[in-house]
Ligand binder design. Sequence first.
Ligand code: NCD
Length: 358
Amino acid sequence: MNNFNNLVDMDDYTVPQWNEIIGLAEKIKANPEEYSEKCRGKIMATLFYEPSTRTQMSFQAAMIRLGGNIIGFDNPGNSSVAKGENLKDTIKIVSTYSDILVMRHTQEGSAKAAALVADCHVINAGDGGHLHPTQTLTDLLTLKCELGRLDNLTVGLCGDLKYGRTVHSLVKALSCYPNNKFVLISTPDLALPSYIKDVIRARGSEFTEVNTIDEAIKDLDMLYMTRIQRERFADDSEYERQKDVYCLTKAKMQYARKDMIVMHPLPRVNEIEVAVDDDPRAAYFRQANNGMYVRMALILYTMTREPKIKPLLVGEIHKDIACTNPKCVTRTEEYLPHSFINRGDILVCEYCDERILL
Ligand code: NCD
């Protein structure tokens, strides 16, 4: 049982709760000074096992702007991780020093593994190529600020839809609002994982798959560009084949609607030409700024809401079955119970969503 307000996946909160956090972020953005003492005396730990600029610093700035303090590391090589400490022990200890723990980690399912042992609230700031819920809150706030709505949208998602965790969380969230349609723009090798397509279908949203930006751009309310996630490829020659396939140029923007916006979680590598930055429809720098306000709202919400006691693992424990995903946290953190949701002919890993055929 867990009685903390964890955000491992967007599903940890309901759609009305997401709307509440976004609404709070809008209020904070309009009047940040009013919130400057709300977390006085509180401590947030940021444990970043992977590189980050925006997520880490916007979380830190958010806590400081709420009057709180921060501890943590941005290089596990400078912590006892370098001496071989496992995730469990690091989280167990740091969570007793802090009120809220924000973690980014290389392994899929690591945020759930951290929440299982933590003595404070845990926020997932990205677990490998799996999920990134706080980027999604940033993206939802940006859509709300820029377009005024989260429903009736035609959204194009372009680039690395396979390993792009921001895409996974965003698509799952937007499919919970009515009448959103998705145009998935990728090469066949970097297509959206089938388990996420199943979520879209199950929630009754439509999607189409295309290979080029040109085929899709004129119909979109929002185009979400993404970086090819080099660090997730097993082999660099595969990355070399995929990189630079998509580039949003000023020339392509001529075919987009006047009210379409371009979003990108950033960092950008080559997928948006710098000349596009001056187009008023380029919303990605405003989006990054929204990340700080939404994280202020999330921290405040997490700290003040009465926790709902619930189990973190609800599946069957199979000691003798290992998750087949080599990037799953259970592959290295050997003490973790092997927990799966039984769907008849498949087992779904409760940490990383890998499907195992029985
Ligand atoms: C993204 C991430 O880390 O997944 N960045 C971010 O959090 N803003 C996207 C990326 O790294 O490409």
